[in-house]
Every structure is written in C-alpha cells, then in structure tokens.
Ligand binder design. Structure first.
Ligand SMILES: [Fe+2]
Ligand SMILES: [Fe+2]
Length: 175
C-alpha cells in the first residue's frame, strides 16, 4: 500500500483528516442522492488536490477539509448562509481540538474559504483560490461551464477554458 502511494505520488489524507471524513457526513446529516451529497464533497476534494499539484503554495490539508466542510451545513435550498455556518462549524471543531494539527494560517485560510465560497470573490492566495476553484468547477454537474474569469488558479482557468462553448456559462452564478 505504501509503495502504491509513493508510485502514484498521490497525496493521502493524514489520519486526523481521514477520521473527520469518516464521521462528519453522518454527524451533519448529509443527504444522499442530492447535488450536495458526499459525492460532491469527494469531487471537490479531487478537483482541489489536482489544482494543488499545479499551484505552488496550496495546502492539500486545507483543501481536503474545505471539501469536507464547505457544504456540510447546507440543508435547505440555495441559501447563502451555509458558508457562514460551515465556518462556525469549523471553529467549533477547532475549539474541541479536532484541528489541533493545523497551523494558524492554514485555519484562517480554511475559515475564509468556507465562509465566502458562495460569493463571487477572486483571490491570489493559492490555498483559498484552489478551494474556491475546486467548488466552482463542479458547476459542470448542472451543465454549466465555470467561467475562466472566475477561476483563481492558472490550473483552474485552464480547465474552465476547455469546456464546450455551447454550454451555458456560469458567469458569477455560484452555488
Ligand atoms: Fe456551497
Ligand atoms: Fe459545493
């Protein structure tokens, strides 16, 4: 197993993050078969880890936690406040000691990305940018192409440019 990890050069969740992925979806009552279920979380993590491999300075730990938490408090329709609730949820996890392994700046980046991920903001901060892009790229599940101009990372912009031009452009319509 270790050899496979090394051969693929893939980032693996450290145990403390794997633990959170194991229990938070159930704890938070994440529904299945919806557009914001655990499948979406995993897709956002996959996107973000890909972007991190092409974005200097992007934290894979923060991206994995963002993917897990960003829509974990989104239970009722497309309301904006779920990002704020996700930030509060992360702060509660930190206060309970579940995020003790995180650096302070990493937590601040996670907090910012969680709180504002539904808003059409742009940033040059690589970790926050990769988090936001990873989620925006998932607009494709609604058959909407994410807008290149709304991508924060060069890798995200390159992916967005590849979507077929006859797809509806997402513009600043963000989930
Ligand atoms: Fe969201
Ligand atoms: Fe999302």
């Amino acid at each position: 197993m270790t050899e496979t990890k090394q051969q693929n050069n893939r980032w693996q969740r450290p145990d403390w993050i794997e633990y959170l992925w194991g229990y938070i979806p159930n704890f938070a009552g994440i529904p299945t078969g919806t557009s914001h279920d655990i499948g979406h979380f995993l897709n956002v993590e996959r996107n973000g880890l890909y972007l991190a491999r092409h974005t200097s300075g992007a934290s894979q730990e923060v991206i994995s936690l963002f993917a897990l938490l960003h829509d974990s408090q989104r239970h009722t329709g497309p309301e904006k406040e779920h990002g704020i609730r996700a930030d509060i949820f992360a702060r509660n996890l930190r206060d309970l000691g579940y995020l003790d392994a995180m650096q302070t700046q990493d937590f601040e980046n996670l907090s910012f990305a969680l709180r504002w991920h539904s808003d059409p903001i742009l940033t040059r901060e690589p970790t926050i940018g990769a988090c936001l892009d990873a989620d925006r790229l998932e607009l494709s599940r609604y058959w909407m192409a994410p807008s290149p101009e709304m991508m924060n990372t060069e890798a995200g912009k390159a992916i967005a440019m590849q979507f077929y031009p006859d797809q509806i452009h997402a513009g600043d319509f963000l989930k």
